[in-house]
Design a protein around this ligand. Structure first.
Ligand code: NOJ
Length: 550
């Protein structure tokens, strides 16, 4: 694939920024963020350089799962604004070169969705078969519920329908019966509607649950992946540049199965949960080897497809793919207090909380995450080092309002009470950690993050190239190279709190041109590079006679 393709296959060199409208900026003083508020901050997002905004669900919902319990797929939650406000956001973003994608939640609806209200009335309802029913409660595997704090089973008895219905998440989120062609048609129509409004694709929620035939008669879904193929080709017909970014928390081989054989067949991007989890084990141990192993385990994928890497997202930091002993190590390092842990598998913390605000370590993590072969995805507030607010219940602890300034309520709202409480105290509270302050400090995390984002955009090698790990003597060091179109980028990271040396044997000579500072290095055969504690360096190799970007 040539350089020209980087703008067609745009997601491979994108920098994605996830935000929830209701916690970003409140324009009308009701305590909740809204679309007009987001519109006012599009220039901020353009300024930091992100190229794709992922909006968490903005649809009308019962707000029992932060918008993932949808009551109208075609609507805009009136608390957030109107359709018109949303279109202004999409239009404003496009003007600044930012594409907008949004969550699409096809696995389930709210139990208040008109489809389910009708379905409950019995088998005669035209919507009854939109959901998955059973006359007797089906057998279940122990421990198979996603939210064990609130649910005991994936089946709930509905007294009106006098049948059991399937819900892989909360009991107020009945699963849609995606084996039903009518349901598939409806979901395609929903996707088509939003593409027509200007969205550039979707973050597809809960993909493995979506395609599993739980509770359905044997053979009901002969080919579970057909649903994704149909959705992908439908979207391609409607909008050739649209993408599907899938939430697939599965081991790498299984996750890769969701790309399909060729690009453009199923999902275009898949979040790499195993790499994310290995990253935390590596950080806890100050040993890069678990991360190196997770990267090595990534199977080859079609050229147009991409792994999406992230440090944190809006859910708990799930560590479910680690062994019990490994998870205990990460808990001990980053969330020893039971109140920081969730569902026995994860942490309800943001990264700065886990790293006690140590900026050297924060920068190390983001430098590393941005250098991994894939597309980086940020969660709002990461660019300033926002911490969690453990006073907020459950997973919402990481979803506090954005910290814009040291004004009351962080400049997020003029209401006396924000909809969700801000972190006000301590070294990571909003009076200390906020956008306004960091914009004025040339060396702030925010300004550094802007440079990182710019560099990542300027290094399409990272998103497109062939990558390989460089063997190291020191286990604290991860060094890798990416090669693309005759150009080589090298990234070196020291996960340890002591100085280290990296061994760089590239089988080439030239100058390693420092991408963040002025410390170039001559390379003749092999180089032993000194690294500070938590040091991180990116280089581009200038071979003799080669012209490289400044
Ligand atoms: C995954 C989402 O990330 C999570 O926040 C939500 O609760 C579940 N899907 C159910 O929709």
């Amino acid at each position: 694939m040539r350089r020209k393709a980087t703008s067609d296959v745009w997601w491979k060199n994108a920098v994605v920024y996830c935000l929830d409208v209701e916690t970003f900026l409140d324009s009308d003083g009701d305590g909740w963020g809204d679309l007009v508020g987001l519109g006012e901050r599009i220039d901020y997002l353009a300024g930091i350089g992100v190229t794709c905004v992922w909006l968490m669900p903005f649809y009308p919902s019962c707000q029992r799962d932060d918008g993932y319990d949808i009551t109208d797929y075609y609507g805009v939650d009136p608390r957030l604004g109107t359709h018109g406000d949303l279109i202004e956001v999409i239009r404003g973003a496009r003007d600044r070169g930012i594409r907008v994608i949004a969550d699409l939640v096809p696995n389930h609806t709210s139990d208040r969705h008109p489809w389910f209200r009708s379905a409950r009335t019995g088998r005669d309802s035209p919507y009854h078969d939109f959901y998955v029913w059973a006359d007797e409660k089906p057998e279940e595997k122990p421990g198979d519920v996603v939210f064990p704090d609130q649910e005991r089973s994936n089946w709930t008895y509905d007294s009106m329908a006098r049948r059991w219905y399937l819900h892989r998440f909360y009991s107020h989120q009945p699963d849609l019966n995606v084996a039903n062609p009518q349901v598939r048609d409806e979901l395609a129509q929903v996707a088509g509607f939003w593409l027509e409004q200007g969205l550039s694709g979707f973050r597809l929620d809960a993909v493995p649950f979506l395609v599993e035939p739980t509770g359905m008669p044997r053979g009901a879904i002969p080919d579970p992946h057909e649903l994704l193929r149909d959705m992908r080709s439908f979207m391609g017909r409607r909008n050739g540049e649209s993408i599907l970014l899938g939430e697939v928390n599965l081991p790498p081989d299984q996750a890769a199965g969701f790309f399909g054989e060729r690009g453009g067949e199923q999902l275009d991007m898949v979040f790499s949960f195993p790499v994310n989890q290995a990253l935390y084990l590596a950080l806890a141990r100050a040993d890069a080897r678990p991360l190196a192993a997770a990267l090595d385990a990534l199977p080859p994928i079609p050229e147009e497809c991409q792994w999406a890497h992230f440090a944190r997202n809006h859910d708990e930091l799930s560590l479910d793919k680690l062994s019990d002993a490994e998870r205990a190590e990460v808990f001990a390092a980053f969330g020893p207090d039971p109140d920081m842990q969730l569902y026995g598998r994860g942490l309800r913390r943001r990264l700065p909380g886990m790293l006690a605000g140590d900026e050297r370590r924060l920068r190390l993590v983001y430098s590393l995450m941005f250098s991994l072969p894939g597309t980086p995805v940020l969660f709002y507030g990461e660019e300033i080092g926002m911490a969690e607010n453990l006073a907020i219940e459950g997973r919402y602890a990481v979803r506090a309002p954005m910290q814009w300034s040291d004004e009351p309520n962080a400049g997020f709202t003029t209401a006396a009470e924000p909809g969700r409480p801000l972190l006000a105290d301590g070294p990571l509270g909003y009076p200390e950690v906020n956008v306004a302050r960091q914009r004025r400090e040339p060396e702030s995390l925010l300004n550094w993050m802007e440079r990182l984002i710019r560099r990542r955009r300027e290094c399409p090698e990272v998103g497109w190239g062939e990558w390989s790990l460089l063997e190291q003597d020191d286990p604290a060091v991860l060094a890798h190279r990416v090669d693309w179109e005759g150009s080589t980028v090298v990234a070196v990271h020291n996960l340890g709190d002591r100085a280290a040396r990296a061994r760089l044997a590239l089988g080439a000579s030239g100058v390693l041109v420092d991408q963040f500072g002025a410390q170039d290095a001559e390379l003749e055969g092999e180089l032993s590079l000194a690294l500070e504690p938590y040091g991180h360096r990116w280089f581009r190799l200038r071979r003799p006679g080669q012209r490289i970007a400044p």
